[in-house]
Design a protein around this ligand. Sequence first.
Ligand SMILES: NC(=O)c1ccc[n+]([C@@H]2O[C@H](COP(=O)([O-])OP(=O)(O)OC[C@H]3O[C@@H](n4cnc5c(N)ncnc54)[C@H](O)[C@@H]3O)[C@@H](O)[C@H]2O)c1
Length: 308
Amino acid sequence: MKVTVVGAGAVGASCAEYIAIKNFASEVVILDIKEGFAEGKAMDLMQCASLNGFDTKITGVTNDYSQTANSDICVITSGIPRKPGMTREELIGINAGIVKNVSTSLLEHSPNMILIVVSNPMDTMTYLAHKATGMPKNRIIGMGGALDSARFKYRLAEALGAPISDVDGMVVGGHSDVGMVPLTSHATRNSIKVSEFLSEERLEQVAADTKVGGATLTKLLGTSAWYAPGAAVSGMVQAIACDTKKIFPCSTFLEGEYGLNDICIGVPVVLGKNGIEKIVDIPLSDAEKAHMQASAEGVTKTNGLLDL
Ligand SMILES: NC(=O)c1ccc[n+]([C@@H]2O[C@H](COP(=O)([O-])OP(=O)(O)OC[C@H]3O[C@@H](n4cnc5c(N)ncnc54)[C@H](O)[C@@H]3O)[C@@H](O)[C@H]2O)c1
């Protein structure tokens, strides 16, 4: 199993590290445009191998796509992150050009790859990769919901005073501060609906804190977060590589599901060796449906800024 990670920055390196530590991939190639940067990150990570007990071979390359040839899974993390006060949508000017070039260069050398898009604004970048490469929709997947759901579970556990392992919950919709739809009606603590434990007001606060989860960290760190994004990507890569059929909310091209068309947005999907193996259509409450519709309108508006 060969995995390529484009972008050796904060998220790319964290993602490569978690993939290596989980020890399911034989090879990880990290590619960056900055001379020597990916080589340095790869060497540093390889020097963790004996300490952390993994055998994954990690190599770094400067913009040499021939070294990525025949990758099974490729991850795009290249592009600029937001600074405090910025929205993800404001990154489109620079990141669209990067994602278009990177996705087509990857495809040239790995025609059978499954592509995971992380760069922001992620739903629009996933849509762009879909249009730029013409790849089948099951092989282009955007990462946002896996991270947002982890943040939702963190906030739910905090409100419940429960261990995170006792909590389940999912965030669908667009990966933006206003677009995220935390599914409070489906969230549970050990199979019991969280509404049995938390008031409507407390649940609304949990949802609000979840939606600004990225912005909260960006304010604290001065740039966007990387540990949980890297862990979220590695979880998706592992589900595909090991054909686990786990369900993650992912951004995928919709053709009628959830009443939406010609858009990439977060919905629950089954991940396995073919990438997205099934889109899971679940019933939403009226409020969640309205929120999902508004979220889709926001993503469509951002997609309109693309030069396709
Ligand atoms: N989808 C999500 O949930 C999520 C979460 C966190 C961050 N992000 C996004 O991921 C992206 C990366 O964030 P980061 O914190 O790692 O940024 P970073 O600045 O630390 O790293 C980005 C890297 O991309 C490289 N790069 C730029 N152009 C390139 C190109 N054409 N080819 C190859 N490499 C190139 C840069 O040299 C840099 O090393 C941002 O767009 C950020 O907004 C998304």
